[in-house]
Design a protein around this ligand. Structure first.
Ligand SMILES: [Zn+2]
Length: 279
């Protein structure tokens, strides 16, 4: 059953990758290769699982979701001990008794407990809900995509959001292999999904020299947005992605980011750039 679950996870990831491409490149983007891969993956499911997938995927993008701390990570439903055991054993498909999504036991990255917090007090709005000055790196040292992801994941660790960076880097680089997240205007959006136990978090780094980055319009990335995404915020992430891309296709916003010489000034530039696009 583990291979069936892995197959479903990959299928879901590929579907989300297609959604990301639509968010970044608009509804007219050429996604024939992705469509074909998704079709093939769905067709090759075992008939019984295929029927379940077909039913669930009509309702929502997320049809398979990790169990976290004995709960469904999508709807938060607490599971009975016998269900927790069944998910761990993975001999049969276990559906969440509340939302019906297929559950799996994840050994993915988790949060250490802290949530992103802006230095400003009071109610948080906009980008401050997902990021903070401590997650800004105005001058990345890395010269490779993996190195940049590692530095940005390191900021999440230093700020106390995650305990280790290895799984974040591994997850993000696996995602990059499916389809590079580099897009035009030297932007890149590496990310890792299934980081449970906290909220969505965004770290932002600048490489003035530029880092080779594959992707649809890729080439060189100078503006690197790294996100750790709990499964339940997967659909919201697509909006965040579209908002960031919209802000940073504007030259004035890229210029302000390049001029930032401290985490605080980069944070201010990011907050200003996303004022209207990230809500
Ligand atoms: Zn559920």
């Amino acid at each position: 059953m583990r291979s069936t679950i892995n197959h479903l996870i990959q299928l879901q990831e590929l579907t989300l990758v297609r959604d990301e491409q639509r968010s970044l490149r608009g509804p007219k983007a050429d996604l024939d290769d992705l469509n074909e891969a998704i079709g093939q993956m769905a067709d090759s499911l075992d008939p019984a699982v295929k029927a379940i997938h077909s039913r669930l995927s009509k309702k929502d993008r997320i049809f398979v979701t990790p169990m976290h701390a004995g709960k469904c990570s999508m709807c938060g439903m607490g599971l009975a001990i016998s269900q927790v055991q069944a998910v761990k054993q993975c001999k049969v498909i276990v559906a969440c008794p509340s939302c019906a999504r297929i559950l799996y036991d994840s050994d993915g990255p988790t949060w250490a407990g802290t949530r992103p917090r802006s230095s400003a007090s009071g109610t948080k709005a906009g980008i401050a809900r997902f990021s903070a000055p401590a997650l800004m790196i105005p001058e990345l040292k890395a010269e490779t995509a993996a190195g940049a992801v590692e530095e940005l994941a390191g900021a999440l660790k230093s700020a106390g959001f995650v305990e280790t960076t290895e799984k974040l880097v591994e997850g993000a680089m696996t995602r990059e292999k499916m389809l590079g997240t580099g897009v035009g205007h030297a932007l890149a959006f590496p990310h890792v999904r299934g980081v449970e136990g906290g909220g969505l978090a965004l770290a932002f780094g600048i490489s003035r020299k530029g880092i080779p980055w594959s992707g649809a319009d890729g080439g060189i990335a100078k503006f690197i947005f790294f996100s750790a995404i709990p499964t339940a915020t997967s659909v919201f992430y697509l909006k965040l992605l579209a908002g960031l891309a919209e802000s940073y296709t504007k030259e004035a916003n890229r210029k302000a980011a390049l001029e930032a010489d401290s985490p605080e000034t980069l944070w201010k530039a990011l907050a200003k750039a996303t004022r209207w696009t990230v809500k």
